[in-house]
Write a protein that binds this ligand. Structure first.
Ligand SMILES: CCCCCCCC/C=C\CCCCCCCC(=O)SCCNC(=O)CCNC(=O)[C@H](O)C(C)(C)COP(=O)(O)OP(=O)(O)OC[C@H]1O[C@@H](n2cnc3c(N)ncnc32)[C@H](O)[C@@H]1OP(=O)(O)O
Length: 194
């Protein structure tokens, strides 16, 4: 079986991603983009509670601590939730560094080592290339620290979208909740009307 990482990446010619002039400075802790996001939201008790910091260049670093609520096999993280953690970290890289809203079109994950409950996964995500609205981004997750063994690799295609994407497709009652309490959404993450 061919491993994901043996296939060319990005899969087509791209331009080098350019960090937006207003992207958060390296070392800045990035707030959750939405309080009810399963990946980073503070209002989801059993969510992943990813924490993300901007790095130099076109990179970010996230941490995710696996809890008993995230099990697949006894004492081990569920692979789907690990994929979710990477979706979140990759999306945070795209949105915060390019400052444009984008959604995941394709996400590939490679599970290299089991991730036990109680482990903190350190996820380094970096933008790899841009082709029109398409943004190619990849990440590695290490066990226990930035020098730990790689447990998961992921790469994804994000497609930049307009604000209308969320307004047209989002459930009206959730959009109304944001209108009533704008603090649920971090509007500074991206330029909503570039
Ligand atoms: C008031 C609200 C404000 C909100 C503000 C938010 C701020 C956010 C801040 C911070 C976020 C950080 C964290 C987020 C983390 C979580 C991210 C997620 O989980 S996102 C949910 C899951 N993903 C979806 O639900 C997408 C569903 N899919 C779609 O909506 C469409 O398919 C979409 C937008 C991806 C593309 O549709 P088209 O009609 O716009 O464009 P077309 O022409 O189809 O595709 C564009 C290009 O991409 C290629 N493409 C699309 N899908 C592809 C695929 N699967 N594989 C390969 N290429 C693909 C196409 O071939 C095309 O390429 P060519 O330009 O022609 O070269």
């Amino acid at each position: 079986m061919t491993r994901t990482t043996e296939q060319p990446w990005p899969p087509l010619p791209t331009e080098a991603p350019e960090r937006h002039a207003d992207a958060p400075a390296a070392g800045t802790d990035l707030p959750s983009h939405y309080a009810h996001c399963f990946g980073c939201g503070e209002r989801i008790e059993q969510g992943l509670h990813l924490r993300t910091t901007a790095c130099e260049g076109v990179a970010i670093r996230s941490t995710f601590t696996v809890t008993a609520a995230h099990q697949g096999a006894p004492g081990l993280a569920h692979g789907g939730l690990l994929a979710c953690a990477f979706d979140e970290a990759l999306g945070a890289a795209v949105a915060n560094l390019l400052r444009r809203p984008a959604v995941t079109a394709k996400l590939e994950t490679e599970f290299v080592r089991p991730v036990p409950v109680g482990t903190t996964l350190h996820i380094d995500a970096h933008l790899d290339g841009v082709a029109g609205r398409k943004v190619y981004v990849s990440a590695e997750g290490r066990l226990g620290g930035e020098d730990g063994d790689v447990a998961v690799r992921a790469r994804a295609l994000f497609v930049q979208v307009k604000l209308t994407h969320f307004l047209e497709h989002g459930r009206p009652e959730d959009l109304r909740k944001i209108a009533a309490d704008p603090s649920l959404l971090n509007r500074r993450a991206v330029e909503l009307n570039p």
